[in-house]
Design a binder for this molecule. Structure first.
Ligand SMILES: C[S@@+](CC[C@H](N)C(=O)[O-])C[C@H]1O[C@@H](n2cnc3c(N)ncnc32)[C@H](O)[C@@H]1O
Length: 188
């Protein structure tokens, strides 16, 4: 049995970087686990941004570099902000995971942030956050073949037809979805 990672991060045209299986990965496999780079706990969006800036300023140089290396799909809306603040906020909006049912706790993760989205039915992995251990874990939902993109569903409740779902993803996440469900000619 090999101990090498079963996946790699590669560039994909129009989708930035993404995670791909390098060999067959059976359903139910633990892909990886990692601690967050940052977590922020606040109820209100504006309070979250203040907490985010505080949390970012307290990161080590290495953590800041890891954070700032993540993808930013958000247009810069507030030109009064500094370049770094714009990047911190854009990266936050592009990559944040909501970690609790109340929407209070958000987190940013280095590896987890590299997985692209697939609309419901196209995804092949899911995540679980352990509040006790402060660890994010990714698991495969089904068998994944070598060369397959590993994706999870960012928001599973958007069963509203391809056009509406794509518009909702654009509005909420800042990208036009090109997952295999949206690209399928059988979808409406
Ligand atoms: C959390 S990041 C995922 C990793 C990212 N591709 C990267 O380069 O680091 C989310 C961003 O990836 C891209 N992305 C993810 N899923 C996508 C999809 N289904 N269709 C098009 N772009 C997608 C979008 O730019 C989105 O804002």
């Amino acid at each position: 049995m090999t101990t090498e990672s079963p996946f790699v991060i590669l560039d994909v045209p129009n989708k930035g970087q993404s995670v791909f299986a390098v060999r067959f990965i059976p359903a139910g496999t633990s892909l990886f686990q990692e601690p967050p780079i940052i977590t922020v706990e606040d109820a209100q969006a504006t309070a979250k941004i203040v907490s985010l800036n505080r949390a970012f300023s307290q990161l080590s140089a290495e953590q800041k570099t890891a954070y700032l290396s993540l993808c930013n799909s958000q247009p810069a809306s507030d030109t009064a902000l500094t370049e770094v603040d714009i990047a911190v906020l854009g990266i936050w909006k592009t990559n944040t995971f909501v970690l609790d049912d109340q929407g209070m706790i958000n987190g940013i993760f280095q590896m987890s942030s590299r997985l692209n989205h697939s609309c419901l039915g196209g995804e092949n992995a899911h995540w679980e956050w352990s509040e006790e251990e402060k660890l994010m874990r990714f698991w495969t939902d089904r068998d994944i073949e070598a060369g397959e993109e590993i994706t999870h569903c960012y928001r599973p409740d958007w069963r509203m037809g391809t056009k509406n779902r794509r518009e909702a993803l654009m509005e909420n996440y800042g990208f036009w979805c090109t997952c295999k469900v949206c690209e399928s000619p059988e979808e409406d």
